[in-house]
Design a protein around this ligand. Structure first.
Ligand SMILES: Cc1cc2nc3c(=O)[nH]c(=O)nc-3n(C[C@H](O)[C@H](O)[C@H](O)COP(=O)(O)O)c2cc1C
Length: 221
């Protein structure tokens, strides 16, 4: 698979089979992803890969919190600004329409949306997950290092025939994640990532993208 195909075939997959993901494969992917760039080569990411019993336990504990209507843990970073300006506001609502429209859920049906969203904490059925932390003392440029790392992981997973879904949703239950992973103090959980083989029976609508001239300006001589 070439890089273009890896990039264009990657999408946030929200339905996985329970097919086992071999540890050697994950080690191969994560060893290669370590070559991701980072400012001054800080390698700001701290990843935990979770499978088997610990992942089952984490899904169980998170699922119990969902069912109990437990409030989310207090935030350590803001997922989105409280007021989204144009064009981000419109893009976000277009995404909501696409995502929930594919499931036949209307804009007004908040409960059905919540139910669909709760699949996040079952990793959409995936048998493997990665949790990406960053040191509390690092700044915005280092958070962007994490993005490069995570995208590299997701592209390499494509090269191995796997799919993924990055999930900030896990940050809302960060204390439950910490109970299972026991990360050292001083780390902030940025996101989780479900990893596995796609369940091709799950319907989805491919997300769109803004036209190139909305996000790229060529300044030519
Ligand atoms: C940092 C980050 C966090 C995300 N968090 C979630 C999440 O919690 N749950 C989810 O279903 N998708 C999540 N996504 C997936 C996005 O919704 C998805 O990438 C976007 O809509 C574009 O669609 P595509 O990835 O399928 O091309 C996240 C993506 C990123 C990059």
């Amino acid at each position: 698979m070439d890089v273009y195909e890896a990039v264009t075939s990657r999408r946030a997959v929200r339905g996985f089979t329970d097919r086992h993901v071999p540890k050697e494969l994950l080690e191969r992917v994560l060893s290669a992803a370590a070559w991701s760039p980072s400012g001054s080569n800080l390698q700001s990411w701290r990843a935990y890969v979770v499978t088997g019993r610990p992942l089952a336990e984490l899904k169980k504990r998170a699922g119990e919190r969902v069912v109990a209507g437990d409030p989310w843990d207090e935030r350590e970073y803001e997922m989105y600004p409280s007021a989204l300006n144009s064009p981000y506001r419109e893009r976000r609502s277009a995404f909501g329409e696409e995502r929930y429209g594919a499931l036949g859920i209307s804009r007004e049906d908040w409960e059905a949306r919540q139910r669909a969203a709760s699949a996040n904490w079952n990793c959409f059925g995936a048998p493997a997950a990665l949790f990406c932390y960053i040191d509390r003392g690092l700044g915005r440029p280092q958070w962007s290092d994490l993005g490069m790392y995570l995208q590299t992981v997701m592209l390499l997973l494509r090269a191995e025939g796997l799919h993924s879904c990055p999930q900030m949703a896990w940050s809302v239950y960060r204390k439950t994640v910490a109970e299972v992973l026991s990360p050292p103090d001083g780390l902030i959980l940025f996101c989780g990532m479900s990893i596995g083989f796609e369940d091709v029976t799950v319907d989805y609508i491919r997300t769109g993208r803004a036209p190139l001239d909305e996000t790229v300006t060529f300044v030519e001589g």
